[in-house]
Design a binder for this molecule. Structure first.
Ligand code: ADP
Ligand code: GLC
Length: 490
């Protein structure tokens, strides 16, 4: 039986993106649709989403969103499609909440009304079902922004004509961000203060939306099996490890897939030459291209390491900063693209100015450049402190760019460490989050590059043939939707 599925999130490719969450919300619906389901997506109509460019049309009617003691608030709803599909995307347009630059912050300063903005999105998504007369079997929420939904479904929407019968699935893409707000948010949530308990939405005398979601969702998933296990420990649970442990029977890990229609060296339009496992010649042209663009010496004989990352602690950027002077003593080049914490902009930018022959740093967000780095680099470095899934290591493999990763979460699950004896593996891994371990492992990779060309080509071939598909992932989600539904009906 085909299911009706409502997916709600704060971002989705191609409309609005700050990270991998948007990639997932842009891709998963397509593959659920291919399985025959009726999938609809809801996101905010941020100021940056151009209505004309995406041919959005205004739905008749006004969406009324009850915001507790604030009273009813109103918004317009625009409808569009996920490109090249018939999947409807509904955009909630509220000038006061979403008509501004930035998704969550401006210049790293969080908006003060993020609590209301995303409670509005959560409630608005449920109210929308009435407006469009949609009765979902499943509501699939993502991260803290829409984590209020399972709680809303279990309380004030329990008897709702349209969503009252739905099960909820909450996907956690990052435990660090939990949506923790002053307790006064309870009055806007309107679910009743009896929910403000240790076994509900309360944590440290504040409202913790993610915690409420974890307690109330029928099923909880995260984006790799490794991370699903890690977040049940104090090192990765950000204070919610106990709650996750309590719900461990309903907590599953599903590794994200890759959109290979965008990320494949055979067809990538952003790169200077296409290539494949059978015909890898174009990769050296891509390397020369990125070396030239980055202002590095165009040298085929020097290994080139790529980094494309948010420059934040999660990504191990501080560890990389500490290891950098040692890395720069090796015969290699590094090209780095990213933005994030201001100190990192200054530090890496400054080091690049001192070592122009070895290090190039581009501060900013640039999709074209990220494709060129994936294709042109020999290695791709991701020393993450934690990584729920991580997409760039998977992109890298497809381009024959060997990932050098810290063995955590999705990085550990998706990269097979180089096995010197059997010439097996798809990359290089280290365990300690320390500059020494990072340096040693880059050294190992570089040594292999200079001295074991046959091993390098085997690893590259292994990596290029490895696939992480949405076909697989979407079937796993479908199974969990059905599991939740069958439990409800028992
Ligand atoms: P996260 O969501 O934690 O940042 P992921 O690896 O899941 O990590 O996803 C990051 C996504 O954002 C990838 O698609 C990556 O290519 C992209 N990305 C990150 N930083 C940049 C940047 N500076 N320029 C272009 N793309 C970037
Ligand atoms: C988060 C995680 C990242 C994951 C992405 C998509 O941003 O940090 O590891 O790949 O979500 O699930």
């Amino acid at each position: 039986m085909a299911l009706s599925i409502l997916i709600t999130a704060s971002e989705a490719v191609p409309f609005a993106k700050s990270g991998g969450l948007a990639d997932v919300v842009g891709s998963l619906p397509r593959f659920l649709r291919k399985l025959g389901h009726d999938v609809r997506v809801v996101i905010p109509r941020y100021y940056s989403i151009d209505r004309a460019k995406y041919a959005l049309s205004l739905l008749p009617g006004i969406l009324v969103v009850p915001m507790g003691t604030i009273g009813n608030e109103y918004c317009a709803v625009y409808e569009g499609r996920i490109p090249d599909s018939d999947i409807p995307v509904y955009f909630l347009e509220h000038e006061g909440y979403f008509g501004r630059k930035g998704l969550y912050d401006i210049d790293n300063v969080e908006f003060l009304d993020n609590d209301r903005r995303f409670v509005f999105l959560s409630k608005g998504s449920l109210e929308l079902c009435k407006l469009i007369d949609f009765r979902p079997d499943v509501v699939h929420a993502n991260d803290w922004h829409t984590a209020a939904i399972p709680l809303l479904l279990n309380t004030i929407y329990k008897a709702d004509t349209h969503v009252g019968g739905a099960v909820s699935l909450l996907t956690i893409h990052n435990m660090q961000y939990q949506g923790s707000f002053p307790s006064s948010l309870m009055d806007i949530l309107g679910v009743g203060w009896e929910q403000f308990t240790f076994l509900g939405v309360e944590k440290d005398n504040r409202v913790n939306l993610l915690k409420g979601g974890i307690y109330n969702a029928n099923i909880i998933t995260t984006v790799s099996e490794g991370y699903a296990a890690e977040i049940q420990t104090a090192a990765f649970g950000w204070g919610l490890e106990g709650v996750l442990k309590e719900r461990s029977a309903d907590l599953f890990g599903i590794l994200n897939g890759v959109d290979y229609s965008e990320w494949a060296p055979e067809t990538d339009d952003f790169i200077v030459a296409n290539y494949s496992v059978q015909d890898p010649g174009g990769k050296s042209l891509c390397k020369a291209d990125i070396q030239r663009i980055a202002g590095l010496p165009v040298a085929a004989e020097v290994p080139l390491i790529g980094v494309v990352s948010r420059m934040v602690k999660q990504k191990g950027i501080d560890c990389l900063a500490a290891a950098l002077p040692y890395l720069l003593s090796l015969d290699l080049q590094i090209v780095m693209l990213g933005e994030g914490e201001p100190w990192a902009h200054f530090y890496f930018g400054g080091e690049a100015a001192k070592h122009p022959e070895k290090l190039a740093v581009v501060i900013g967000y640039d999709n074209t450049l990220s494709h060129k780095i994936e294709a042109g680099a020999d290695f791709f470095l991701m020393p993450s402190a934690f990584e729920p899934c991580g997409l760039n290591q998977m992109y890298s493999m497809r381009y024959g760019t060997l990932p050098i990763v810290r063995a955590t979460g999705g990085l550990d699950d998706s990269v097979d460490n180089f096995n010197e004896k059997e010439l097996a593996g798809t990359g290089f891994k280290f365990s300690d989050l320390s500059p020494g371990a990072l340096f040693d492992t880059v050294g190992w990779a570089i040594y292999t590059w200079y001295n074991r060309k046959n091993a390098m080509s085997r690893l590259m071939q292994n990596a290029m043939e490895k696939r992480f598909t949405w076909e697989d992932a979407s079937i796993k989600y479908e199974r969990l939707y059905r599991l939740a539904i069958s439990r409800l009906r028992q």
